[in-house]
Ligand binder design. Sequence first.
Ligand SMILES: [Zn+2]
Length: 335
Amino acid sequence: MSLVSGSTATLQKSNRFSTSPSTRTETVCSSSRHQKIRMQAPLEQGSMTAHHLASQGIESVDDWNARLAQRTAEKEETNRIVLSPDTPGEDKMHAQCKYIFKYRKTMFSCPHCWLLPGLCLCSRLAKVTTQCKMVVHVHFLEWGKASNTGSVIGVAVNDCEVLMKGLKEHDVRMKELFQDKSVTTAVLWPGDNSITPSELKKIAEERSEGRIAVIAVDATWGNALRMKTSYPPDTLYVKLTPESAIISEQQRSLLAPVRKYRGDYENNARVSTLEAVASLLYELEGSNETRQALLGNLKMKVDTCLIQKNRNTVYGTLTAEDFLQKKVEAVVMCS
Ligand SMILES: [Zn+2]
């Protein structure tokens, strides 16, 4: 639920994933196939310039071919593990997550903001300091998507961890976070069984001298429900109140130009992770400056996604020309 949501197409894809090993293979392969098709023609025609290669984070055609060969080999090894009837389910999930963690949706995309290197936003996003610790818990189908907003929180918030469900080392880290008694941890989640931000603050005062950690689940609603089953039974859940800005002021998600949304926050959490987190932080900490900075980052992410898709921007935060001067710097920073 990018506390969230996600398109119907994504949800259907995730359902296929859970029932058929063969479609897992297809999905793991598909992004590399599209990437290869998109890049292969100009490579074979010899029309790709050094500048174009640099914008993709590639030093030369040989570099491109070497990295593609490495990724293909790792993809085949991942498929072998996933398709083997002898592999335990947990190991299949880990192998798949490990591959996606390393290569994301698009080869050479920035490992932090998940945009193409030439469009990397990391140095442009406004940085904010929060009293809360932030954790973004990401479903593997969401990991590496250019339009994802949890990745923006990871870059913008000073104390934020971005963890993938199913990657073993990240699962261990999630357990550590839930067991840490020095901080009161709550999952951002709508519903009647969730407490309000003011109730969370009271509990945190009693338990951990006011220290709070917030976990934002970044997945489609269906996948978020499945991820929730992995949390300890005594987990605290915190929701946005009806007075929250995201519910009372905004008519639709700012992410709508690049994601399909049907519904609202109160009924099925259909609002981007970043918007939900910005509202919760505002309710917990009261800084409108932080909220506006995070929403400004979201608009920048949407505009950049549209540029990446060769579409017109909608918020006027950036233009394709803005990136031309920054391409090489961005490549250096991402590598
Ligand atoms: Zn970046």
